[in-house]
Ligand binder design. Structure first.
Ligand SMILES: C[S@@+](CC[C@H](N)C(=O)[O-])C[C@H]1O[C@@H](n2cnc3c(N)ncnc32)[C@H](O)[C@@H]1O
Length: 196
């Protein structure tokens, strides 16, 4: 893994206004880098192209791209300024690409792994991520201790998905069929009217 690149990326996130509220480098390392790398072995188990939804300053997608150089990793980010920052790292990580846009506006059923960390409350993150994944693919959500897995499971069932694993700090949802008609809902609707 390219440790030197990840150190420079962490410095750049801290030095660029608007990318993180964290000020302390050790806090930033723990939240942006170590937490992302904690998911590498879990994500490695699932084949195919990866999309990091709401990548922000680039986590977990950039650490994943560095740790899994044989995997194609797309960073999907709604804010243009953040997407421009992310684009810089594609020069050094040939397996990385960046899409500026919202999850709800993307072509559906085309990735095999969607990951998201701190994107939105987990039921909303599940609704945004599941349509991006093809049948047989998975969504890996980084979650905190207050997560309500039953709510996420209820959302998944409406989107041809099911909650299949709950390792500490994560939820894994499997896509069991194509995205049902009516999804994704229009931008913003999932947050205003959560499915569960
Ligand atoms: C709280 S930040 C988390 C960023 C990063 N994943 C992390 O853990 O630090 C959430 C990010 O998701 C982006 N975002 C929010 N809604 C989105 C959507 N519907 N589609 C794509 N990106 C979205 C925001 O612009 C923001 O950069």
């Amino acid at each position: 893994m390219n440790d030197e690149l990840l150190e420079r990326w962490l410095d750049a996130v801290l030095a660029t206004p608007g990318l993180t509220a964290l000020k302390d480098r050790e806090d930033a390392r723990r939240v942006l880098l170590d937490d992302a790398l904690a998911g590498v072995e879990l994500v490695r188990r699932f084949d195919g192209p990866i999309v990091d939804v709401g990548s922000g300053g680039g986590t977990p997608g950039i650490p994943l791209a560095a740790a899994l150089p044989e995997r194609e990793v797309t960073l999907l980010e709604a804010e243009r300024r953040k997407a421009e920052f992310l684009e810089r790292w594609t020069v050094e990580l040939p397996n990385l690409r960046v899409v500026w846009g919202r999850a709800e506006s993307q072509v559906t059923d085309c990735y095999l792994v969607a990951v998201a960390k701190a994107l939105a409350p987990p039921p909303v993150a599940a609704e945004w991520c599941l349509p991006l994944v093809a049948e047989g693919g998975v969504v890996v959500l980084w979650v905190g201790p207050s997560v309500e897995p039953d709510r996420v499971s209820a959302v998944a069932e409406k989107l041809a998905g099911e909650l299949v694993e709950r390792p500490p700090g994560f939820l894994v949802l499997r896509k069991t069929g194509p995205t049902p008609p009516g999804f994704p809902r229009r931008p913003g609707v999932a947050k205003k009217r959560p499915l569960a």
